[in-house]
Design a protein around this ligand. Structure first.
Ligand SMILES: [Mg+2]
Length: 358
């Protein structure tokens, strides 16, 4: 068992250019400034994890993540990756406000362990499905012409579901949705307001979209994350499901959402909660009859591969939103899962199956 002892933990920058600024109603990411966690076990096996801060949504930035990582690193050196859940509880207590740091550390441990065990990560979760996944693709908040150009690009690649970010300038956003609908009236839309509306504006916006014939399959986080009353009212009056995303940053948050009836779907993101808490949220939500969505912050294929493994290995997830690597100019990783149009294909190599290209 000595070979499962953590010998080294390092941090490096994971910088990637985006094709367009990733702007949502709460903020904008101009460049991917993530962090790569590299873990080495006593026998030399490596594992990798990604930390993706998104300050406007989760309150973490790169500097605080580096600080928190350095604070905690020495407590993990010399411990065994056979106790990942124990480490996960320790991290939840030690770094309650740094979910992305916890996520990156957990990921590097799970990746190293499954590499040593020589099983792919989706098999570690149970290998529930050997099918491919079909993902949507996101159109961030952009000028009209660019939004239409991007929609054309993705539709030509075979995507049938577009996730459109709204909640900033309703007139422009309605014009964009109408423009995309005119390109192809079969497109399925996920509308994500990232808390940008109040109850009244959310309902009038979505009713207008439905009025001109758009097929909306999900309405994500219409109002402020703490406004569960409005989330519940919108959930009650609309025929389309409402998803709680920013309203669920923890298992406790999920309990409140369930109690309030504030959504029929929960958006899982490992960067909001860490990996193991995301699994608890998934199981609890399913037990209460909610459907699941899985998404991410602006992550490279490394962290996204971990979410892919959960969707392929752990439990049924109805809405797959694992697209942000497609919005980047380059891919800093080799191996692992792959995209073929909207299809996400599995991998055979151990762990996440990826190595950084730098
Ligand atoms: Mg969202």
């Amino acid at each position: 068992m000595q070979d499962k002892i953590i010998r080294e933990l390092r941090l490096s920058n994971l910088d990637v250019e985006l094709t367009d600024h990733f702007t949502i109603s709460q903020g904008s990411v101009k460049k991917v400034n993530n962090l790569l966690v590299s873990l080495t076990l006593a026998d030399g096996t490596n594992g990798y994890g990604e930390i993706t801060p998104f300050q406007e949504l989760a309150g973490e930035d790169r500097e605080t993540c580096i600080l928190k990582f350095n604070e905690i690193r020495d407590s993990l050196i010399g411990t065994s990756v056979l106790n990942i859940r124990k480490h996960s509880h320790f991290l939840e207590e030690a770094l309650p406000d740094s979910p992305a740091v916890r996520c990156g550390l957990e990921m590097s441990m799970i990746d190293a362990l499954t590499r040593q065990l020589e099983i792919p990560l989706w098999a570690y979760w149970g290998g529930r499905s050997d099918q491919t996944l079909i993902t949507d693709v996101t159109i961030p908040i952009l000028p009209f012409e660019r939004s239409i150009q991007l929609a054309e690009h993705w539709l030509a690649k075979g995507f049938d579901t577009l996730k459109v970010k709204v909640g900033s300038d309703s007139d422009n956003e309605l014009k964009i949705l109408r423009g995309i609908f005119q390109l192809n009236n079969q497109v399925k839309f996920i509308i994500d307001a990232n808390q940008g509306f109040d109850e009244y504006s959310a309902l009038s916006f979505i009713r207008e979209v439905l009025h001109f014939g758009c097929k909306v399959i999900l309405f994500e986080q219409p109002v402020n994350r703490y406004d569960l009353d409005s989330m519940a009212k919108i959930t009650k009056v609309l025929n389309i499901p409402v998803a709680a995303d920013e309203s669920v940053f923890s298992l406790q948050d999920l309990r409140k959402v369930i109690k309030a009836g504030a959504g029929r779907v929960v958006n899982l993101k490992i960067m909001k909660t860490g990996i193991f808490q995301a699994l608890q949220i998934a199981s609890t939500a399913l037990a209460f009859g909610l459907d699941l969505m899985i998404g991410g912050m602006v992550e490279t294929r490394l962290a996204m591969g971990c979410s892919v493994s959960i969707a392929m290995g752990y439990c049924p997830i109805k809405y797959i939103d694992l697209d942000t690597p497609l919005l980047m100019r380059s891919d800093p990783l080799l191996g692992g899962y792959s995209y073929c149009g909207s299809e996400i294909r599995s991998w055979e190599n151990p762990g996440l199956g990826m190595v950084p290209l730098f």
